[in-house]
Design a protein around this ligand. Structure first.
Ligand SMILES: Nc1ncnc2c1ncn2[C@@H]1O[C@H](COP(=O)(O)OP(=O)(O)OP(=O)(O)O)[C@@H](O)[C@H]1O
Ligand SMILES: [Mg+2]
Length: 326
């Protein structure tokens, strides 16, 4: 897929007003545009929720179409170390701004990939150039950003997009691209990538090459899939039918060739998606245990044993919280 044909870029909102959801964030950012002033910002949230998009839209709305003169984008993971960042910031900050906005903007993506020493150095750089520049730091994990940076930035949380928003966005894109689809196909895309709009749009684009976006073509491109099977296994476990649940999961591993990690991820999505109709408290308990299972599998524990243990745990929880419902 060539770069200019990527729908994620083609349909990246250009202005703050075009951003889907994230209403509170958008309203606060619009305020900065109006005032032509802002503090340093920290955008935190899971992938594909609009952090980079919001930063780009903000600078476009602030400076107009030639925003690139006042805007520097750095990626903490690409730039080899804090010294490179320091040099680039220094060069960029040296020339004054011409327009009405008295500062330039630096977007530092993936700031949570920096070591805490590098973040300490970054914090000093931010302070030195604070008259002429504003930083927007973006991260997936707020907990990996050091406290002194957190306290010097205004925090914006980006939440995973809701199903309705994702499906509507996919519909709009499909219609503009003249792609055939059915509603289930679009919902299925959401199920595969809960809340990550970038991933959803990529799946849509890939599935469209099959002529029509349906549950089946979506499954073809995603490869792993089988959300229904995983959901069924979870329902069995919740109903206390542990042995059947385990057989189902074994089948997915052996016949479909899913790894333990694939299945754990899918379980995680299912539990969070709310489709199982279980109570908040039970959901939290299961999610907690799913996290532990994933950790163990990644660390090298046996997939099958870990998944069995997880299902057993869910069966126990199910008995306790759902009772004889199943
Ligand atoms: N809130 C949104 N409204 C409209 N489109 C969005 C939104 N969030 C994401 N997208 C779409 O997904 C693509 C990727 O979004 P973006 O680059 O903003 O994600 P991100 O939050 O910066 O993710 P990462 O943490 O991976 O950097 C955009 O190009 C756009 O097409
Ligand atoms: Mg980004």
């Amino acid at each position: 897929m060539s770069e200019e044909l990527m729908w994620t870029e083609k349909y990246r909102p250009k202005h703050l007003s075009d951003i889907v959801n994230q209403e509170e964030n958008v309203a606060r950012l619009k305020q900065f545009v109006q005032e032509k002033n802002m503090p340093h910002l920290l955008f935190a949230g899971s992938p594909g929720t609009g952090k980079t998009t919001a930063a780009l839209a903000l600078v476009r709305d602030l400076y107009g179409e030639d925003f690139n003169r006042y805007f520097l984008e750095l990626n903490a993971s690409d730039e080899s170390g804090i010294n490179v960042i320091r040099t680039k910031v220094k060069d960029f900050a040296r020339t004054a701004t011409m327009g009405e906005v008295p500062f330039k903007v630096i977007l530092l993506d993936e700031a949570d990939n920096m070591t805490s020493d590098a973040q300490q150095a970054l914090r000093r750089i931010m302070e030195i150039y604070t008259d002429s520049t504003r930083f927007i730091l973006s991260c997936n994990y707020l907990s990996k950003i050091i406290e002194p940076i957190q306290s010097r930035t205004a925090l914006f949380r980006f939440y995973p997009l809701k199903k309705e928003d994702v499906v509507n966005r996919l519909k709009l894109i499909a219609e503009k691209e003249g792609v055939n689809y059915d509603e289930h196909g679009l919902e299925n895309i959401y199920d595969m990538a809960v809340g990550d709009l970038r991933k959803c749009i990529n799946i849509l684009q890939a599935a469209s090459t099959y002529g029509k976006v349906t549950e089946e073509t979506v499954r073809k491109v995603v490869g792993i899939a089988q959300p229904k099977e995983v959901r069924d296994a979870l329902k069995l476990a919740l109903a206390g039918r542990f042995v059947e649940a385990r057989e189902k999961v074994r089948g997915l591993m052996i016949n479909v060739g899913l790894s333990g990690e694939d299945i754990v991820k899918q379980i995680h999505r299912e539990v969070l998606s709310g489709e199982l109709g279980i109570k908040e408290e039970l959901r939290a308990l299961i999610v907690d245990y799913v996290g532990e299972t994933e950790y163990r599998i990644v660390e090298g524990a046996d997939d099958e044993i870990q998944l069995s243990a997880l299902l057993a745990k869910i069966a126990v929880f199910g008995n306790k919280y759902v009772g004889g419902e199943g």
